[in-house]
Design a protein around this ligand. Structure first.
Ligand SMILES: CN(c1ccc(C(=O)NO)cc1)S(=O)(=O)c1ccc(-c2ccccn2)s1
Ligand SMILES: [Zn+2]
Length: 380
């Protein structure tokens, strides 16, 4: 019947995998810096009817072996030991050793969280490797600061590195784009010696701002030299200027690196009104950037979450990005659903920029892009 055809037509044509499970949401909702955010994101996607257009798959339950593909055995053993909430003295010293102190306090069931968050990114990457879809999404991933043997910057596991290593089983050259407000240091460090993964991070860069790395002169090492790209920006940047910088950089990367797959970390702490009070972006601005690479390039694409501390705005942003890759428009009114009241007082999908000075002068932007262009000439 035509109805049946229409339903088949929608699911097969979108070719988007969305990794989800109630347990994944439950564990992510316990994260101290983004409490309940995972549940808000998922229920907004559901309220907008976006889940019907995607293939929803459960995360892999990763084993310790899956995690030690990148992380050290000692670090993974420590996370497993801390899984039961246990604040005994002997653990205090152990925690310090693995960065589980200040920014990354141990949450209950931290090992269960790590296994499912990484497992969701690995299942998404596997879908691209298997050819099950062209786009795969894990909004519970994108923890880009975690190091091989240390938690850092609210990140307990580097699911991004694990996902990229999974993609490398099939794709020769992986381009990593990090749109989070913060430098994607953990991912850059993991791949700074190899030309097989080109990491490109757009982030706030100024004295004293976490993590402090990611200057334009930070280009990678050895065989990886010029395969780390950094786009350091100042406070107050808005949609149009960001989109212009974004296109001028990524179009060069497409041309001179010719990636076979891309990974985009879509951290939403760049949005206007985020508690980080830094950039002045809107979900529409980020969606234009994503559309430029995902829809125009038609490459296997892995989309991940990240920062974003105004929780309703982060949900608005990732719903917008999900609709963008599905090619469908969302009504401007937030639909009635469990978390509806969190979207007051306007209950609108879009977020407006605030009135804040933009410190990114045209001269600064031109100088930065010129330096990046000069570096990229070395790999053309
Ligand atoms: C540990 N830090 C990070 C690390 C990573 C991020 C991040 O989002 N990375 O993508 C943000 C802050 S930090 O030292 O800058 C901060 C800790 C707490 C911060 C805070 C908390 C509330 C409002 C504003 N800032 S910033
Ligand atoms: Zn961030």
């Amino acid at each position: 019947s035509t109805t049946g055809d229409k339903i088949n037509q929608v699911s097969s044509s979108s070719g988007v995998v969305y990794v989800h499970s109630e347990q994944l949401i439950r564990l992510c909702d316990t994260l101290l810096k983004v409490p309940k955010r995972a549940g808000m994101v998922h229920s907004l996607l559901e309220a907008y009817g976006l889940l019907q257009n995607m293939t929803v798959l459960p995360p892999h339950r990763t084993t310790k072996e899956d995690l030690t593909v990148f992380h050290s055995q000692d670090f993974v053993d420590c996370l497993e030991r801390l899984n039961q909430e246990d604040d005994s003295e002997k653990n205090e010293e152990l925690k310090q050793q693995f960065g589980l102190g200040y920014d990354c306090p141990t949450i209950p069931h931290v090992f269960d969280f790590v296994c499912l968050a990484a497992g969701a990114t690995l299942r998404a990457a596997q879908a691209l490797v298997n050819g099950e879809s062209r786009v795969a999404i894990n909004w519970c991933g994108g923890w880009h600061h975690a190091k091989r043997d240390e938690a850092s910057g609210f990140c307990y596991v580097n699911d991004v590195v694990l996902g990229i290593l999974k993609l490398r089983e099939k794709f020769d050259r992986v381009l990593y784009l990090d749109l989070d407000l913060h430098h994607g240091d953990g991912v850059e460090d993991a791949f700074c010696y190899t030309p097989k993964v080109l990491t490109c991070s757009f982030h706030k860069y100024c004295p004293g701002f976490f993590p402090g790395t990611g200057s334009v002169d930070d280009v990678g090492i050895g065989k990886g030299k010029f395969y780390s790209v950094n786009v350091p920006l100042k406070d107050g940047i808005q949609d149009n200027q960001y989109f212009s910088v974004f296109c001028r950089v990524v179009d060069q990367l497409k041309q001179c690196y010719n990636p076979s797959a891309i990974v985009v970390q879509c951290g939403a702490d760049t949005l206007a009104d985020d508690p980080m009070q830094s950039f002045n972006m809107t979900p529409t601005g980020l969606a234009r950037c994503l559309h430029h690479v995902v829809s125009a390039w038609q490459l296997p694409t892995l989309l991940l979450g990240g920062g974003g501390y105004r929780l309703a705005n982060t949900a608005r942003c990732w719903a917008n990005l999900t609709a963008t890759v599905l090619g469908c428009r969302l009504p401007a009114e937030i639909p009635e659903h469990e978390h509806f009241l969190e979207y007051g007082p306007d209950y609108q999908l879009d977020v407006s920029p605030t009135h804040r000075p933009n410190l990114n002068t045209d001269e600064y932007i031109e100088k930065t892009i010129a330096a990046i262009t000069e570096n990229l000439e070395k790999i053309s």
